[in-house]
Structure formats: structure tokens, C-alpha cells
Design a protein around this ligand. Structure first.
Ligand code: ADP
Length: 443
């Protein structure tokens, strides 16, 4: 059979949640594919996606770009190889979708219709995660820009199915249990800019977790602790979560100030327990936010608690024998305030600066946070990226939310709050305009 092996790369910012795979023209030709055709993607599992043409910079790189959902569906990570072939897709008679475990979703009465419109002409394989974009367009969903992962618990027929107008789509509110995939979590597509920073974190964290033998062969120790430093709201937490999610590592989070104050008298024990759990559930990532607060410089220390917590943290890190399988990522806005003892070799000995995004980064972040929004044609993200000099990711996120709220206020007079349903025709008309962004910017 005609098939190729390609390396998995992350999706373009705008592609996330759309079930798209990007291939270059050579590969398309080789597999006799046209844009819009359906392919099978075989990793540890097999899923399907719709083919689009890759941008020129990706030609002849032997890569396929797919988003985090498709990667989970194929059970592969970025940099791993998958087999691609043309799929024999059959029309889906029926598709049953349910939220994954622990997620609760409430669907409005027309939700099945809206979901179907979103996933029309897309391929689905049973057990796939099917991301459904939430947006101001979809009142049953939470916050805009976020894809809600649903699980295809049943398809008729089996195999690769294509959703058509005639497909009967059924939504269940009852979460499905026993599915390993959750579709949840942050993926690299959720991070704008920071390309080389992501690459460095991946080398330091993903590589030793996935291939510890590389390090032992070369006789070098994989890193134990990585310190991310930079201004607040630039994506340090986001990056740590993405790495954990993409490596399927367990994620443990410690808020620096909290461990000092909340567990008064039990801080050290708390820390010990977290490290023990992380070891048990390894590979794991322990994320310590505001590391400077847990470990102020020795000369600054007035409180006995901090001193003891620092000592405990050092003991735990020095005592980790499973090198590479438990990695501690610390974050701080004030790298100079971190206890120097923590920055010695074998501890937080790798540092990555996470800076304020440049214009290209800001555009990517804008794309990410407007993904699910119905934008009017007069909104130019290029223009907005140019106008938001100095904004960090968190600022851009607030800006897009504020713009959506402004749009909503425009439609409020038309909404009868006593009625149970908002008329679908109104919902279809709702858009976020350039003025909404300008208004949000001047506040
Ligand atoms: P930090 O840990 O650096 O203080 P966070 O990672 O907690 O910042 O960022 C807060 C929020 O801001 C994130 O949840 C995300 O919505 C947004 N954000 C920050 N940086 C980025 C980025 N580079 N790309 C996309 N969104 C971002």
C-alpha cells in the first residue's frame, strides 16, 4: 500500500481543534492526495485527519503538522514518527459523543446541531477525542478560545467515518469512564511565540524522560531541575503544563508562598509527600511557582520556616535517584532572589529566560486566544500585534476577553433574559468587531 513515514510537528496556531493534517505538495503527490482528502495517521494508535497543504517553509521537511488532539488520538508526541496513508472513509450514520471523565458539560437544546455543523466533513474514528470549539457562538460552552474535548464513544459504521449532513449526532452529558485519553490539558499549540524556549525545555525535560539511555550512553546526567525566569504572565506555567501533558508525565504543582504559609508547621512534610508521590507516579514533573518565595536568599531569611523548607527541598532534590524521571521545574520573576544553593549543579542548574513576546509572538498569542471567536473581517491581528507592544501573554488574553465582552454588550438589548433560549439567528449573527478591540485597548 502507498504510505509514508513522517515526523510529527505541532500544528499552526490557527489549525488547532480543526482535525487538520498539513502535508507538503510532494507528499500529497506521492500519496495521490488532494487538499480536503482524508488520511489515516498511524502512531501507537490510528486516527484520521483531513489533509491541507503545508506552508512553504515546511516543504521537504518530511513532517506532518497535527494538533495536540490528533497527537493524542494517534498516541504520538512531537518529533516521533507516524505512518500516513489515504483513508477509505465511509459516511457516518451515527456518532455518539460524551465528555471525558471528570468533565461536566451542559448542552443546550440545539447543541447537537451546532456540534454537527462544526465537525461537518471531518473524519472521526471511534475512541477519538473530538474537540469542539467553544466560542461566543456557542452558548453552552464556557470560555471562548477553548476547545472542549468530547470522546467519540460510538460510531456507525466502525473505522474512519465522515460526518455529513445526514449523520445522526447524539450528545451525552454523562461523562464516559475508562477512557485513558482525556483531551484535556495544555499543548504546545496553546503557547504563542517562545519557539526556541519550547525547544530547549523539550531537550532538557522530554528527552531524558523518553530516552534515558541516550544520557547514560554518553555518560552525562540528565537535568534534575530547570529554572524558568521572566516577567509574570509570559507563559512559564503554561510551558511547564504543556511539557507534562505532551510527555504524559504526571504533573505536581506547588505554589511557593502557599507551601510556606498554608501548611504552617507542616511545610516540610508537604514537600516530602509531593516528592514521594511524584516518584511513585513517575515520569513526573514537579512545578514550583514563585520559587523565590520558597527560597529567599539566605541573608534575607528572617523566618525559620523558609530556612527549613529550603533545606528540605535541597534534600529532596539531592535524594532523587530516578534521574530524568522526576524533573523539577521552578518559575520565578526574580531570578536574583532565588537561593544560590538551589542554583548549584545537580539542582536548578539549567536556566531558561522567558521574555516578553515580540510582534510575531504577540500575533501568535492573539491567534490562540481568538481561535474560537467569530471575528469580523475588519479585525486585523497583524495590526493588533503591532499595537500591543509590551503586552505579555496574560495581557493579550485579557484583551481578547474584554473585546468579546464588549461585543456581547452590544447584543444584550436584543436578548430577553426571561426566555430560556437565545434565538439561534441572533447567535449566528454575533461577531467581535475591530471597534470592540479598540475599545478594549483604550481602557
Ligand atoms: P507565568 O507563569 O509566566 O506567570 P502563565 O503561564 O500563568 O504566566 O500565563 C497566564 C495566562 O496568560 C495563561 O494561562 C495564558 O492564557 C496566557 N499566556 C501567557 N503567556 C502566553 C503565551 N506565550 N501564549 C499564549 N498564552 C499565554
Amino acid at each position: 500500500m502507498n504510505e509514508v513515514q513522517l515526523e510529527v510537528a505541532k500544528a499552526y496556531p490557527n489549525d488547532s481543534g480543526r482535525g487538520i493534517a498539513r502535508l507538503d505538495p510532494d507528499t500529497l503527490l506521492h500519496l495521490k492526495l488532494s487538499p480536503g482528502d482524508i488520511i489515516e495517521i498511524e502512531g501507537a494508535e490510528t486516527t484520521a485527519a483531513k489533509v491541507w497543504r503545508a506552508d512553504r517553509q515546511d516543504w521537504n521537511t518530511d513532517t506532518v503538522r497535527v494538533d495536540g488532539f490528533t497527537r493524542q488520538n494517534a498516541d504520538v508526541g512531537i518529533g516521533e514518527r507516524v505512518t500516513i496513508r489515504k483513508a477509505e472513509a465511509e459516511k457516518a450514520e451515527k456518532l455518539v459523543l460524551a465528555p471525558p471523565e471528570e468533565a461536566s458539560v451542559q448542552f443546550g437544546s440545539d447543541a447537537a446541531g451546532m456540534v454537527k455543523r462544526q465537525i461537518l466533513k471531518r473524519p472521526v474514528v471511534e475512541r477519538d477525542i473530538v474537540p469542539v470549539m467553544s466560542s461566543t457562538n456557542h452558548p453552552f460552552m464556557r470560555s471562548p478560545g477553548q476547545a472542549i474535548p468530547l470522546i467519540a464513544v460510538e460510531t456507525e459504521p466502525d473505522g474512519v467515518c465522515l460526518i455529513t449532513e445526514d449523520t445522526e449526532v447524539e450528545l451525552r452529558e454523562e461523562p464516559i469512564s475508562g477512557f485513558e485519553k482525556t483531551g484535556g490539558g495544555i499543548t504546545y499549540e496553546d503557547i504563542g511565540g517562545l519557539q526556541s524556549e519550547i525547544q530547549r525545555v523539550r531537550e532538557m525535560v522530554e528527552l531524558p524522560m523518553k530516552h534515558p539511555q541516550i544520557f547514560s550512553k554518553l555518560g552525562i546526567e540528565p537535568p534534575q531541575g530547570v529554572l524558568l525566569h521572566g516577567p509574570p504572565g509570559t507563559g512559564k506555567t503554561l510551558l511547564a503544563k504543556a511539557v507534562a501533558n505532551e510527555t504524559s508525565a504526571s504533573f505536581f504543582s506547588i505554589a511557593g508562598p502557599e507551601i510556606i504559609s498554608k501548611y504552617y508547621g507542616e511545610s516540610e512534610q508537604q514537600l516530602r509527600e509531593i516528592f514521594e508521590d511524584a516518584k511513585e507516579e513517575s515520569p513526573s514533573i514537579i512545578f514550583i511557582d514563585e520559587l523565590d518565595s520558597i527560597a529567599p536568599k539566605r541573608e534575607d531569611v528572617t523566618g525559620e520556616v523558609e530556612r527549613r523548607v529550603v533545606a528540605q527541598l535541597l534534600t529532596m532534590m539531592d535524594g532523587l535517584e530516578t534521574r530524568g524521571q522526576v524533573i523539577v521545574i521552578g518559575a520565578t520573576n526574580r531570578v536574583d532572589s532565588v537561593d544560590p544553593a538551589l542554583r548549584r549543579p545537580g539542582r536548578f542548574d539549567r536556566e531558561i529566560e522567558i521574555g516578553v513576546p515580540d510582534e510575531v509572538g504577540r500575533k501568535e498569542i492573539l491567534q490562540i486566544h481568538t481561535r474560537g471567536m467569530p471575528l469580523s473581517d475588519d479585525v486585523s491581528l497583524d495590526h493588533l500585534a503591532d499595537e500591543t507592544h509590551g503586552f505579555v501573554g496574560a495581557d493579550i488574553e485579557s484583551l481578547t476577553k474584554e473585546a468579546a465582552m464588549k461585543a456581547l454588550r452590544r447584543y444584550l438589548p436584543e436578548i430577553d433574559l426571561d426566555e430560556e433560549e437565545v434565538p439561534p439567528s441572533l447567535i449566528d449573527r454575533m461577531i467581535v468587531k475591530r471597534d470592540d478591540f479598540s475599545g478594549a485597548l483604550t481602557e
